[in-house]
Write a protein that binds this ligand. Structure first.
Ligand SMILES: [Zn+2]
Length: 271
């Protein structure tokens, strides 16, 4: 990590204590077969897939998942901003007076600067989710840099402050991806609680699956870094009503008993 990135975000103690999680993106599992051949790193395909896609793996570099703070929950939303769903989500979060983290796609942000400013105005944390959602484990370094830098520059132009966090699309990475992110002042963030909300028609089912993971993490003494999607990286008209409603159900269930935080809380105030 560069000195600048260290100052910006995650200081040694907390980062080194961040838990290796056990939750891989189902989106990513389909990539296993092709990855080994493309890697050229001398790892067997299975080992490369684990290092590249498993959110808890540190083989290709460390990232924020969630610290040993049971009772803390970070709601994070990927693939927005989305004209239809992000405003509804913002209303739900405001109703509960809860702050979340939004990993935005540069392409979507550039088309909806007002919506990005609305997220910022509501004091949510904004992160970089790349420009066009490529699989960065298989993207040449110069393009990785371009994807991240263009997005950070665009977001900074819109909100007026630098972006500090980066979540790789599909969680896919190789060592150079996190190195480039940190050179750009971005701390990588993965997750430890995800379900396939993008393909699930029932908010109840999404919420139940996530509650099971959240409660399991808490029993093991961990905070939960929860992923939902308020946009679609392939199709901006994707229906995210179940994901938004599931976020509401999680807030109904945990708002009084737990502390909702943004990923900032896991970097700037280590305990
Ligand atoms: Zn995504």
């Amino acid at each position: 990590m560069t000195a600048a990135a260290r100052r910006l975000c995650c200081l040694g103690k907390l980062c080194s204590s961040i838990l290796a999680s056990r939750m891989i993106s189902p989106l990513a599992t389909g990539m296993y077969a092709g990855l080994g051949a493309a890697a050229g790193v001398g790892l067997a395909a299975g080992a490369f897939a684990y290092a590249s896609l498993w959110p808890g793996s540190r083989i290709f570099g460390t990232a924020i998942t969630a610290p040993a703070r049971p009772g803390e929950l970070a709601l994070t939303f990927d693939d927005g901003p989305n004209a239809a769903w992000t405003p509804r989500l913002l209303d739900t979060l405001a109703h509960h007076d809860v702050r979340a983290t939004f990993f935005l796609l540069g392409t979507h942000a550039a088309m909806q600067p007002e919506l990005v400013r609305r997220i910022q105005a509501a004091r949510h944390t904004i992160g970089n989710h790349s420009w066009s959602h490529p699989n960065l484990a298989r993207t040449r370094s110069s393009r990785v840099r371009e994807e991240l830098k263009r997005t950070s520059d665009t977001l900074q132009q819109i909100v007026g402050t630098p972006v500090k966090f980066f979540r790789p699309p599909f969680g896919a990475r190789r060592p150079v991806v996190f190195r480039i992110a940190r050179e750009l002042g971005l701390e990588p963030v993965l997750w430890n609680a995800m379900t396939s909300d993008w393909s699930e028609p029932s908010a109840d089912r999404i919420a139940k699956q996530l509650m099971k993971k959240i409660d399991g993490l808490e029993r093991r003494g961990r905070a939960a870094n929860i992923v939902l999607h308020d946009g679609g990286h392939r199709d901006a008209s994707a229906n995210r009503a179940p994901s938004v409603a599931a976020a509401g159900l999680l807030l109904d269930r945990y708002a009084r008993s737990h502390r909702f935080v943004t990923v900032n809380a896991w970097c700037e105030h280590p305990k």
